[in-house]
Design a binder for this molecule. Structure first.
Ligand SMILES: O=P(O)(O)O[C@H]1O[C@H](CO)[C@@H](O)[C@H]1O
Length: 295
């Protein structure tokens, strides 16, 4: 089923080695920027930028609002790598490719993954422009056997049957909440459950009602596979959704969402999200491992 050429471990190792040969300081924190949220990467100091197209084994970004660049640099004195653009299943990539960057980061020494996304609100009290700290997720494709961990397990990454009960690090979540209070954003910040769907269509009304009944507070087309793979290989994970629209749960009185409006809201609110992530990075203790070898 998996050819030698596609062997995921060897692919990750090759990519990690290529990057390690070129970056000045290996990262200890990785940040994935969601739709329209790539401006965060521009705030890194002493940046080194690689286009995805030049990195061996990396897919390329095909979605507007995802620039397709990997940026290494420091934020609050911490060595970081920022993905300016992520990969989605609906682009036609297999899940091992969607999540390949996370494993590459692990091999480079990353200990903490901060993942952001644009998402639609299913919760009555969330408004457009609000933030949702991800407490947990529902991986809809994963429940239907579209899981990045399917296939032979490579113990060098993690165990066959990982537990996901504490995927989203409780300490990072509570620190982020404190920060939003300090920054004066308490009223627009929530903690909730993110539901990943495959996309690329936005949800039908009946689907939206169904997801709400399941316990989802927000819905998007990413994040869960990245979080699963990061947890599997022992990273601490923090997830943050920017609520870019409300998802219609009735047939009247609501405008249909489109990707342009998602990007507009991201642009409007990206500063708030950047401030929160920047302050959170300042609190994270992690060490750059200059001797880290691919395992
Ligand atoms: O999850 P991110 O990459 O932020 O993007 C979200 O925005 C796009 C839809 O507008 C979808 O790709 C959805 O997942």
């Amino acid at each position: 089923m998996y050819s030698k050429k596609e062997s995921r471990y060897e692919n990750c190792e090759e990519t990690a080695r290529w990057l390690r040969d070129r970056v000045r300081t290996p990262p200890c924190i990785a940040i994935i920027c969601g739709s329209g949220l790539g401006l965060l990467a521009d705030t890194l100091c002493d940046p080194q930028v690689f286009s995805y197209s030049q990195i061996p084994n990396f897919p390329t970004s095909t979605v507007p609002g995802h620039a397709g660049e990997l940026v290494f640099g420091t934020l609050q004195g911490k060595s970081c790598v920022c993905m300016k653009g992520r990969f989605h299943v609906y682009e036609g990539y297999p899940l091992w490719k969607v999540t390949l960057p996370v494993r590459v980061f692990k091999l480079m020494g990353v200990q903490v993954l901060l993942v952001t996304n644009a998402a639609g609100s299913l919760c009555e009290t969330y408004r457009t422009g609000d933030l949702m700290i991800i407490r947990d997720h529902i991986n809809m494709p994963g429940l239907a056997s579209l899981n990045p961990l399917i296939g032979p397990n490579d113990d060098r990454f993690g165990p066959r049957f990982p537990s996901l009960w504490d995927t989203y690090d409780p300490n990072l979540r509570s620190t982020a909440l404190e920060i939003t209070h300090r920054l004066g954003h308490a009223k627009l910040t929530h903690e909730g459950v993110y539901c990943m769907v495959g996309g690329p269509n936005f949800e039908s009304v009946a689907e939206a009602k169904f997801l709400r009944l399941l316990g989802a507070d927000a819905v998007g087309m990413s994040t869960a596979p990245e979080a699963v793979v990061a947890k599997h290989c022992g990273m601490r994970v923090f997830g943050l959704s920017l609520i870019t629209n409300r998802v219609a749960q009735g047939y009247e009185g609501q405008e249909a969402v489109d990707h342009n409006s998602v990007l507009e809201v991201s642009k409007w609110r990206s500063q708030i999200l950047q401030d929160l992530v920047t302050e959170l990075v300042a609190t994270i203790c992690c060490q750059v491992d200059n001797d880290q070898q691919p395992y």
